[in-house]
Design a protein around this ligand. Structure first.
Ligand SMILES: Cc1cc2nc3c(=O)[nH]c(=O)nc-3n(C[C@H](O)[C@H](O)[C@H](O)COP(=O)(O)OP(=O)(O)OC[C@H]3O[C@@H](n4cnc5c(N)ncnc54)[C@H](O)[C@@H]3O)c2cc1C
Length: 425
């Protein structure tokens, strides 16, 4: 039977949209190209023998995140990131002392304050958007390191290519919670029981007739309305085409929100040796030369037998092109800076689990950022009402505040569901 609404993509946005539509009394079908629920929220335990989040792992801005009460209600084990652990910060190859740490923390605060102040000044003056890199301090000893952390690692893109306005509007604050069972486990659980067709890649969506028609290897499926939740990277690459073509402003919004990249490299313990560091320890270091791109580290989460290195921006894209052996070698070399190569070889088994979001044609990156001058693209995509409001977009790119998170994808899915429900009358 023809459903009221087709939801394309069974990640957080698609699951939230489908649940909300059902709650509103609408029939729905989720069309998912892959073989699992959750999209970029994916927990997998087979490779490391313990839950490992390939994608999202922190509930950001937990105080306002819609997933926080849901995770608590379902009994997930949550850990507040602000709980202190022993960590190491390297300054030019040496462990940073008290004064260097204080200088680092002050540089972080000054960096963020400068971005906010310049954005506010420009908005008040009606001045155009600029690159984040042009607004932040550059000459202090920690500035390049801080920029790399907030932009390349947290946002997946270099500050020189990132809209200042978008950075400030979507900067994450508040508490970050980790889930022992995995963030992907939570999102997949929320999608259980929804009418989902897996292995159903929508190649083309026709939206010029009285309803929507999704076409692909599965045939053609018709419905009164559709919500598209696939990543802006996939949309920009033509991984889902539209007939007729999308209006120019909608296409421009998609192209204004490219995917950045954050990759993870997980290494397994070889035995009881723990690199001399405890559970949840964090490691980070200063940039030592122009072009240097450090990993950030999380060790032995939940007492498990693995460590996770995070690398973002251009360095992550380069490693994705070079392959998993190069990523593993880079991660080992990075860890050796803290504990020495012999200790890395003694404590960590050969082999690595390397995430593959860049290469996967169903994602083509990690999460979106706005190009310089494209800070209005999120609202433009979120508010695009095609076919009398019966075709809407949702997903992490469509949120002006929490963009690039699971919480924002969830809220945008619910919002799009309410909108198509109203449009269907
Ligand atoms: C490495 C990494 C770390 C992250 N860390 C965090 C974090 O700590 N906290 C946080 O909140 N967020 C984090 N994120 C971001 C978060 O995972 C995403 O913002 C969110 O999951 C996106 O959900 P979505 O529903 O918008 O899109 P997706 O999850 O991409 O869902 C879209 C779905 O569409 C499917 N699809 C694609 N093309 C088609 C097609 N043609 N037809 C049918 N289906 C299709 C895909 O398979 C996918 O399942 C991280 C992401 C990555 C990659």
């Amino acid at each position: 039977m023809e459903p009221d609404v087709l939801v394309i993509g069974a990640g957080a946005a698609g699951i939230a949209a489908a649940r909300h539509l059902q709650a509103l009394g609408r029939s729905v079908r989720l069309l998912e190209a892959g073989r699992r629920l959750g999209g970029r929220a994916w927990t997998e335990a087979a490779q490391l023998g313990a839950p490992f989040d390939h994608g999202a792992s922190w509930i950001h801005v937990a105080e306002r995140n819609p997933l926080t009460p849901i995770a608590r209600r379902l009994g997930f084990t949550l850990r507040d990131e602000r709980r202190r652990v022993r960590d190491i910060l390297l300054w030019r190859g040496q462990v940073a002392g008290t004064a260097e740490r204080a200088a680092h923390d002050a540089a972080c605060e000054a960096w963020e304050a400068a971005a906010e102040a310049e954005d506010a000044r420009r908005r008040a003056a009606g001045a155009p958007d600029i690159a984040l890199a042009a607004a932040v301090p550059r000459d202090g000893p920690w500035d390049a390191t801080v920029s790399h952390w907030f932009s390349d690692i947290i946002s997946g893109v270099e500050a020189a290519r990132f809209s200042l306005r978008d950075y400030v509007a979507t900067a994450l604050d508040g508490a970050n919670l980790q889930l022992a069972e995995g963030f992907g486990t939570l999102v997949a659980r929320l999608g259980e029981g929804l009418p989902t067709s897996f292995g159903s890649r929508v190649e083309r969506l026709r939206w010029d007739g009285p309803g929507m028609v999704a076409e692909g290897g599965f045939g053609a499926l018709r419905a009164g309305a559709a919500i598209v939740t696939v990543s802006t990277g996939v949309l920009a690459a033509g991984g889902l085409r539209f007939a007729p073509d999308l209006p120019a402003p909608v296409q421009a919004a998609i192209e204004g929100l490219p995917q950045g990249l954050l990759s993870k490299v997980a290494l397994r313990a070889a035995g009881p040796g723990r690199l001399g560091l405890g559970d949840f320890a964090r490691l980070g270091r200063s940039l030592d030369a122009p072009g240097d791109a450090p990993f950030s580290w999380l060790l032995w989460p939940w007492g498990r037998d693995h460590v996770i290195g995070f690398i973002g921006g251009a360095a992550a894209w380069a490693l994705a092109r070079e392959g998993t052996a190069a990523a593993e070698a880079a991660a080992r070399a990075e860890l050796a800076r803290y504990v020495g190569a012999a200790e890395v070889a003694r404590c960590l088994a050969p082999g690595a689990v390397v995430t593959g979001w860049a290469e996967d044609p169903l994602f083509l990156g990690a999460y979106s950022h706005a190009r310089i001058g494209c800070h209005g693209a999120r609202a433009a995509l979120r508010d695009a009402e095609l076919a009398g409001g019966r075709l809407r977009f949702a997903g992490e790119a469509c949120h002006s505040r929490l963009a690039g998170t699971v919480g924002d994808a969830w809220e945008s899915g619910e919002r799009a569901a309410a909108a198509v429900h109203a449009a269907l009358g």
